[in-house]
Design a protein around this ligand. Structure first.
Ligand SMILES: [Zn+2]
Length: 435
């Protein structure tokens, strides 16, 4: 009823509606109150209220994908297990509630409930797992590992209901982490499965193996020749920011690496001589010195822990310094072949082997064109979110580029991929003010 009021656009209807409202207020005040109460609740509060009744919350927009009987069966299974697991099927739209981010949504919901809990969340595409109040041991991360396991087991294209049911099943099992590990192992030997399918005979393996090796060597040679012939970033320039994603959590190690490379680069640039009497080279050297100074200024203000974004920033600035120095020390005619590299926009720690790619975030309306590494570009093509670099903002982990631009030089410049004034911003003190 109250939503009908808001949809009425034309005056006569509005008039009739207000008459009706007056009538309802006068005649049936109780009915009006009951009707408006859920409207006043935020989407988070509505979910929290439902979770008090059942461990499963299915948004009405998913009622056909996850019909009531199936949802009811899941709820019963969860309740019987006595494991504090909750299942949320909620549309997540970029720019909508919780910025369209499952992490935000779950954090908001859990803030109001508290305690130890595991959440499985689906937005109709994928399932993610979130654990609260548990030990950091992987065995305790039921939701996280069951969601990961399902993405390995069923792939991206499986129907949402199937993924949800399977992830609940794994999350309630004795060892979700073990299941995940097994799946990873099978996945890793996947490429050689065709050899196993030849049967157990050692003979066939013996016959096949040399041929397989020969083929692999030829393929390797082909790739090598291709890499050697294609135009590419200058390989002699060290890459500071390239770092395996699996090591993301090792902030300390990265910070040490940054400190070491700052000093080492400082020594090298101190000894560098720009190509003689060449204003372009002198300019390039000045820019290298600026980028190095910016890297040092961010590094000097690194907090004792956290701030992985800042550590990444130091490494990116060092890469910029390297590029400018490479230009400064090259003859003018070769300077053009010494490009300024672009880091992966989603996460600069993925390195600079990137291609400009069209990226539309989930539910977003606008495409942006940004450099992405091959893995992130594939994720974007598959309509999944790449592993983005997270930043802490107001007590939450968010993709670094979602921090308001006034509060982060990294968000404002995409680590230099969106605008080329990152060094200038750091040197004029934007970053230290933001800290
Ligand atoms: Zn990437």
């Amino acid at each position: 009823m109250s939503t009908d009021h808001r949809r009425v656009r034309t005056r006569p209807f509005m008039f009739a509606a207000s008459l009706l409202a007056v009538f309802l207020v006068l005649v049936a005040p109780g009915a009006v109150l009951a009707d408006t109460e859920p409207e006043a609740m935020s989407p988070t509060e509505r979910i929290v209220a439902e979770l008090r009744e059942s461990p499963v919350h299915i948004d009405p927009s998913f009622s056909s994908a996850l019909p009531e009987e199936r949802a009811g069966a899941l709820a019963e299974r969860i309740t019987d297990s006595r494991i504090p697991l909750r299942l949320l099927a909620v549309p997540l739209i970029e720019g909508g509630d919780w910025s369209g981010d499952a992490d935000h949504m779950v954090a908001a919901v859990h803030d109001r409930i508290g305690g130890r809990a595991h959440y499985l969340v689906t937005d109709g595409r994928s399932v993610t797992g979130h654990d609260f109040g548990t030990e950091s041991a992987p065995e305790e991360q039921r939701a996280f590992y069951s969601a990961l396991a399902v993405s390995y087991e069923l792939g991206y294209d499986a129907p949402a209901a199937e993924k949800v049911e399977r992830s609940v099943e794994i999350a309630l099992s004795d060892d979700p982490y073990g299941t995940y590990e097994e799946l990873v192992e099978t996945r890793q030997k996947g490429p050689l499965d065709w050899m196993y399918s030849l049967g157990p005979g050692g003979y066939s393996a013996l016959v096949i193996l040399p041929w397989a090796l020969a083929v692999m060597a030829l393929v390797g040679l082909g790739v090598g020749v291709y890499r050697w012939r294609r135009p590419r970033a200058v390989p002699t320039v060290p890459q500071h920011a390239a770092f395996d994603n699996a090591n993301l959590a090792r902030r300390e190690e990265l910070a040490r690496k940054a400190g070491r490379e700052l000093i080492e680069f400082g020594e090298r640039i101190g000894a560098a001589r720009p190509h003689s009497d060449d204003p372009g080279a002198t300019e390039a050297l000045r820019r290298a010195l600026d980028a190095h100074a910016a890297a040092r200024s961010v590094h000097d203000r690194l907090p004792d822990e956290g701030a992985l974004v800042d550590v990444a920033g130091v490494l990116v600035l060092l890469d910029m310094a390297e590029d400018h120095m490479a230009r400064a020390t090259r003859p003018a005619q070769k300077r053009k072949t010494s490009p300024l590299r672009s880091h992966c926009y989603a996460n600069p720690l993925h390195g600079t082997d990137t291609k400009v790619t069209k990226w539309r975030e989930f539910g977003g309306l606008n495409d942006i064109r940004v450099p992405l590494c091959a893995v992130c570009a594939k994720a974007v093509r598959d309509r999944t979110r790449p592993t983005v670099l997270a930043a802490r903002y107001r007590g939450r982990e968010v993709p670094y580029y979602e921090v308001p631009k006034e509060e982060s030089v990294w968000a404002a410049t995409g680590f230099g991929t969106l605008s080329d004034d990152l060094v200038e911003r750091v040197l004029r003190g934007d970053h230290s003010r933001q800290r």
